[in-house]
Design a protein around this ligand. Structure first.
Ligand code: ZN
Ligand code: ZN
Length: 344
């Protein structure tokens, strides 16, 4: 069977072409794609053709924030049927290694993560996928919302790594998609106060809309001073660095409470000049985040009971035929756009 897919043919060159649909195995489903979000990692491959050692070398299908409708199920599949709305979790771990067995399947060394070379992504009309990593969406959740579950799962995992919850305060540095998703996750987890800092006013306005108690415009005021004021000089329990910059990573040390936690969510490729003595005298933990585990069902529950409304993210939608435009626009207007979603 043939379908259409959007291929990255070279840097900043997306074209639609034919694609084979893999046969539906006993434990698989075939999904008719409805919405696929464009992730920061997709944009990185689009702009530069690589992320670190991961290089795109062939016509490559991007996209892993995907939701659609089941068109076919394998004979062993009992939890899904044709016509069901679904979201796919894009990482398929081995299920056998010590990390999988301990539940931290996100750090499985043999995980196949779609849209990360060599595993092709979801920007295609039909896709065969393991049923075990496909979740049914309740009637009240649209596939557009479903396509935003994946980045929300990153926020939920970050919040969980920071042990966000009642009685805690947090600062989030950066208001990109993941910063805002972390904000939603902190709120969903019942944190007391969340303060958000960035240099862009329009994004801080969005953070306010999504539930930030205070926003701090770092272009105009000193984040460290403001956090000190807001916390009576104690600092916050959790700092989420989501900007991915050595500068904010170092700043996190000045915001965190004694015995607190810094969750390093943003991807920093440059060296970061930490003075570890500053951290150790406060006995602060630094925790990293790699994707997520066990967060899709949690996300669906929080959306279904009305705790979280992902539509507040304000996705910009492009039809599948205009996938090239969707990427180009996302690149040109990255300061103003939080999430671009391709609609099939
Ligand atoms: Zn992503
Ligand atoms: Zn594994």
């Amino acid at each position: 069977m043939q379908t259409k897919a959007a291929y990255l043919m070279g840097t900043q060159d997306i074209r639609i072409g034919d694609c084979d649909v893999a046969p539906c195995g006993k434990d698989d489903v075939v999904v008719q794609m409805k919405h696929v979000g464009i992730c920061g990692s997709d944009m990185h491959f689009y702009e530069f053709g690589r992320i670190g050692r991961r290089v795109v070398t062939e016509p490559f299908i991007l996209g892993h924030e995907c939701a659609g409708i089941i068109s076919e199920v394998g004979e062993n599949v009992t939890h899904l049927k044709p016509g069901d709305k679904v979201v796919m979790e894009p990482g398929i771990p081995c299920g056998k290694c010590e990390f999988c067995r301990s539940g931290r399947y996100n750090i499985c060394p043999d995980v196949k993560f779609i849209s990360s070379p060599p595993d092709q992504g979801a920007m295609r009309q039909l896709m065969t996928y393991p049923a075990a990593w496909t979740y049914r969406l309740p009637d009240s959740i649209t596939t557009l919302e479903g396509a935003m579950i994946e980045p929300f799962a990153v926020g939920l995992h970050a919040a969980s790594r920071g042990e966000a919850g009642p009685g805690k305060t947090a600062a989030i540095l950066g208001t990109g998609t993941i910063g805002l998703m972390t904000l939603l996750a902190c709120r969903a987890d019942g944190i007391d106060k969340v303060y958000v800092s960035d240099i862009f006013e329009n994004r801080l306005d969005k953070a306010k809309l999504l539930g930030a108690d205070e926003t701090i415009c770092a272009a105009k005021e000193d984040t460290t001073e403001r956090i000190a004021q807001l916390t009576d000089g104690r600092g916050v329990d959790i700092v989420f660095e989501t900007a991915g910059s050595p500068k904010t990573a170092v700043q996190a040390v000045t915001l965190v409470k004694r015995g607190g936690v810094i969750v390093q969510v943003g991807n920093i490729t440059a060296e970061t000049p930490y003075v570890f003595n500053e951290l150790s005298r406060l006995e602060v933990d630094i925790r990293t985040v790699f994707r997520y585990h066990h967060m899709f069902q949690k996300a669906i529950g929080l959306m279904e009971n009305g705790t979280v409304d992902l539509m507040k993210i304000g996705p910009r939608i492009f039809p599948f035929e205009k996938t090239a435009e969707a990427f180009a626009c996302n690149l040109a207007e990255k300061k103003d756009i939080t999430k671009v979603v391709v609609e099939f």
